[in-house]
Design a protein around this ligand. Structure first.
Ligand SMILES: C[S@@+](CC[C@H](N)C(=O)[O-])C[C@H]1O[C@@H](n2cnc3c(N)ncnc32)[C@H](O)[C@@H]1O
Length: 250
């Protein structure tokens, strides 16, 4: 049974997807602009239903020792400006109306349309632009954003550290001259040894193709940020690399 999906699980996933699609329609969210980068679905409605409680609550606090509400959410909130782009939306936890003001113009980018549909519902807004795209490739964006967020995105990318760091130069061309980028990701090298729970989670999500961070270090990410932005601040809390970078070097 390991690694396979049972008929019951499959039916349950399909039912969840139907519910999400219906919820999206009911919320009269705009259509997802679907591109050719809609790759393998990892963030299924079933996984996203538990995401906030499990990943952002339990795992982030007790495996990575970096509670979301203490470190990540305040950074996100403090750096949302009037035209905001969120990349790698997941469940849309950060996009709740209590976090993103109604006056902020909001664009969402994700490689999975399921996640975009769930996140759009979470915004409780009908004026959100949602685009399916892969952040490692040139992005189909025509605006300049004042603020960009990418939380828990880079460790999902199955590529070399150079490819991951290429994301910064990919994004900066879509930012205003004084624009700000914030984000966070799970490190592998150069951080304290995982506790028992952290080691178990790390093994599991690496095995299931959710975590791709074997060679990720704070040094490499900070170096790449400094190459692409004039002002850079970084922090390591537990196993999490947190960053804020302002004024792209164009
Ligand atoms: C771990 S979730 C993070 C969700 C949210 N930002 C958070 O911090 O809770 C990662 C999200 O990034 C998306 N993603 C992964 N690789 C991507 C890529 N190459 N381009 C765009 N989105 C990607 C996934 O579909 C998923 O929605």
């Amino acid at each position: 049974m390991t690694g396979s999906t049972t008929a019951t699980e499959s039916q349950s996933l399909q039912a969840d997807l139907r519910k999400t699609t219906a919820a999206t329609k009911n919320a009269s969210a705009p259509d997802v602009v679907k591109g050719k980068d809609d790759q393998e679905v990892l963030y299924t409605p079933w996984r996203l239903a538990f995401y906030d409680f499990w990943v952002l609550g339990i795992v982030t606090s007790y495996a990575w020792c970096c509670p979301t509400t203490t470190y990540l959410l305040p950074l996100f909130r403090a750096n949302v400006r009037k035209n905001h782009l969120d990349i790698g939306v997941g469940s849309g936890y950060y996009l709740d109306p209590s976090t993103v003001p109604a006056t902020t113009k909001l664009t969402l980018v994700d490689s999975e349309s399921h996640a975009l549909a769930v996140a759009k519902v979470r915004t409780k807004r009908s004026d959100v632009t949602a685009i399916v795209a892969n952040v490692v490739k040139p992005l189909p964006l025509s605006q300049k954003y004042d603020s960009v967020s990418m939380y828990y995105l880079l460790h999902c990318i199955a590529g070399s550290i150079e490819e991951k760091c290429g994301v910064f130069s990919n994004i900066k061309i879509h930012m205003a001259p004084d624009g700000v980028l914030t984000g966070a990701n799970i490190l592998n090298k150069g951080v304290k040894q995982d506790n028992f729970f952290g080691a178990w989670i790390r093994r599991g999500i690496t095995k299931h193709g959710i975590l791709h961070n074997q060679s990720d270090t704070a040094y490499d990410f900070e170096h790449a940020l400094r190459e692409n932005f004039h002002k850079v601040e970084t922090w390591v809390v537990g196993s999490i690399f947190i960053f804020r970078a302002e004024s792209p070097k164009i």
